[in-house]
Design a protein around this ligand. Sequence first.
Ligand code: SAM
Ligand code: SF4
Length: 332
Amino acid sequence: MSERLVDRFGRVHRDLRISLTDKCNLRCTYCMPAEGVPWIAKQNLLTTDEIERVGRVLAGLGINEVRLTGGEPLLRPDAVSVVRRLAALRTGEGRMRVSMTTNALGLAAVTDNLVEAGLERVNISIDTLNPERFHALTRRDRLDDVLEGIRAVQRSDLRPLKLNTVAMRGVNDDEFVDLVRFAREHDAQLRFIEQMPLDAGHTWSRVEMVDGQEILDRLSEEFTLEPVGERGSDPAEVFRVDGGSTTVGVIASVTAPFCGSCDRVRITADGQLRNCLFAHDESDLLGLLRSGGSDADLAAMVRRSIGEKRAAHGIDGPDFLQPDRPMSAIGG
Ligand code: SAM
Ligand code: SF4
């Protein structure tokens, strides 16, 4: 039987996020400045072999699910092989489950390869259905590519398809209802996300933020929303729409944090282990890997980091400090 990664508060960690790259082909205003950020040097990115090795060590510690993210994970030329290697790992509960969060640019071209490699599902980020707004928000005119990616997933076995929308005042807060309708038409589960203070420009404002309750109030004017079952470690509070099979979720990371049930551990593209999206400390797995560290050394580093995990991120507290690294570098 494999070990379990349990922290001081009894939280059992089963979910690993790996950022494959900090680079991106979009420049969402809430994530990256127009000129990008100082990129991680290529030689400091974890290699495919290193990702597989870390995945194996973590599988031995009770991790049974990996989500690949970034930056844009599909920009990694070896994205399909990373999926294949991770999906072949054994966990205490069978095969490692592998999923991906992507902006869907270029997804259509590789969907079949990803499925064949063992990818189970994808989350696609889409904040607006309006091409001009999409261009303004992401600083790229690529909405059609996202829609093509969504259609490719619909034709594939990747299920369920989840769509992520960051709620933004004056940007897309008049589109919430349309986005739910779009998700219903595409057999997808839409999740609205409260904007978090993780932008490289440090422009986030708590006052401006559209919070989860406001999102639900807007949706309730149009739909009947009925809460769905137990949440477990799912960050989203999920609601059934109009009594049908469509659900919509709200991820209220700021106003209703779910830290108490957090089961996540993160690895940045340059091999730094983080026990929280908002952590200020990182553990240097890359350095350990490249200085001859054994699997036992790597496991000990992971256990130590989880042992130091804080009870909560404290975004709403007076002492909150935004992490130095933006979301694109940490891996969302
Ligand atoms: N590039 C991929 C994408 O956009 O799906 C994967 C990485 S992106 C950082 C992962 C998710 O984080 C996306 O759904 C994005 O909308 C979300 N995100 C980025 N910055 C955010 C912020 N400041 N607050 C809330 N969500 C954010
Ligand atoms: Fe790129 Fe995703 Fe950040 Fe947008 S949210 S800039 S798609 S990493």
